[in-house]
Design a protein around this ligand. Structure first.
Ligand code: S3P
Length: 172
């Protein structure tokens, strides 16, 4: 069975939806950020601060390659993971990619108290989100097999993904 791969901006709900799908479909979940944190025994903010973003991005590539061999998993990626075409090719070897699409306003609201995303720890958070979203939106769309409106309730989002996945040739 194929993997379900979730991609999208920080705050698009990848972790929440990943957990829900994992329970509903009884498929194991891998969150690439958690996987990297365990692999390096460091938190994401620590990796950015001590090793730098380039090192983190290199690790993401290695992880995508490692995970490409799996089947039957829910893989929740980081917001920057599927921007590189090598990473997309790796995860697509065994998976269908669902892009969780949310607006800048939703991201800003959902992450208003967040301190765990190094890229958004700045005074001009609104500008940072706007800049990143503008750069990334075409890349998420390029990576996606399916684009999902992730401002719906998590239940609705899960139902749509399940229907698309199981209704196709990938499900059980
Ligand atoms: C990042 C998103 C984060 C994490 C890191 C970088 C990004 O994951 O991988 O802080 O570049 O968008 P989430 O999307 O799970 O917050």
């Amino acid at each position: 069975m194929e993997n379900i791969v979730l991609c999208g901006f920080m705050g698009s709900g990848k972790s929440t939806i990943g957990k829900m799908l994992s329970n509903t479909l009884d498929m194991p979940l891998i969150d690439t950020d958690e996987y990297i944190e365990k692999k390096l025994n460091m938190s994401i903010p620590q990796i950015f601060a001590e090793k730098g973003e380039n090192f983190f991005r290199q690790t993401e590539l290695e992880v995508c390659r490692e995970l490409s061999a799996l089947s039957g998993y829910i893989i929740s990626t980081g917001g920057g993971t599927l921007l590189k075409s090598e990473n997309v090719s790796a995860v697509k070897q065994g998976g269908t990619v669902f892009f969780l699409n949310v607006s800048e306003e939703a991201v800003l609201y959902r992450l208003r108290n967040d301190t765990s995303r190094p890229l958004l720890q700045r005074e001009d958070k609104k500008d940072a989100v706007h800049k990143l979203m503008t750069e990334r939106l075409p890349l998420y769309k390029r990576a996606a097999d399916f684009i999902i409106d992730a401002e719906q309730t998590p239940k609705k989002v899960c139902e749509q993904i399940t229907e698309l996945f199981c209704g196709g040739t990938n499900g059980r």
